[in-house]
Ligand binder design. Sequence first.
Ligand SMILES: C[S@@+](CC[C@H](N)C(=O)[O-])C[C@H]1O[C@@H](n2cnc3c(N)ncnc32)[C@H](O)[C@@H]1O
Length: 187
Amino acid sequence: MRSHQVRSVVELGFGYGRDIAFFRRNGIETTGVELSAVGYNAAIRHFRGDRGTTLIESDALSYLKSSRSGVWDAVYSNLFLNMHFTTEEHLDIFAEIARVLRAGGLHLFSVRSNKDPWYGKGKHVAPDTFDHSPFGSTLVYFSSDSIKSLTPRSLTTVEQIETEEGANEFPIRVFYVLQVKKDVSTE
Ligand SMILES: C[S@@+](CC[C@H](N)C(=O)[O-])C[C@H]1O[C@@H](n2cnc3c(N)ncnc32)[C@H](O)[C@@H]1O
């Protein structure tokens, strides 16, 4: 983010805002969007008075659709795109992210991989999608191919790492992806 001169970021599905705190410590203006009232209210209390933080209680796609085009330096999400979205909704979210980013802006995200130990557990409700209740929510798992097929032409994947992490009793397998919006004016 530093090397790409990121000064403003939108975080989708910020939870209670731990990554917003990191961005703010690093001087990045942050707009966070979160659907859960519990997470949103916890963050509102924590970031009260911080003029560099804007918090929005909303569905992420609706927020993106309401945003102007080409304005953000970066769109970031951590394990948000695994939430229970259909392929059409994912395509819509990726397209909106590409639209709201400025040329050269970054899309940074992490998602659980289809090699994750949870993959295949629970009820199969859609392709690569499993309902883990009562142990967890419904999650969509990603492969390199699915990331590629959701990525619009205006975004280029410049880095993609697949790694294992998590505590001993809760290992997960995650893709970390960095995409850059093409500058069409230089093409
Ligand atoms: C796995 S949690 C990750 C939270 C946070 N990013 C973190 O790393 O701690 C996914 C978050 O996405 C939020 N979420 C789910 N659907 C959403 C939607 N449609 N719009 C915005 N946030 C949503 C959930 O409420 C939850 O806080």
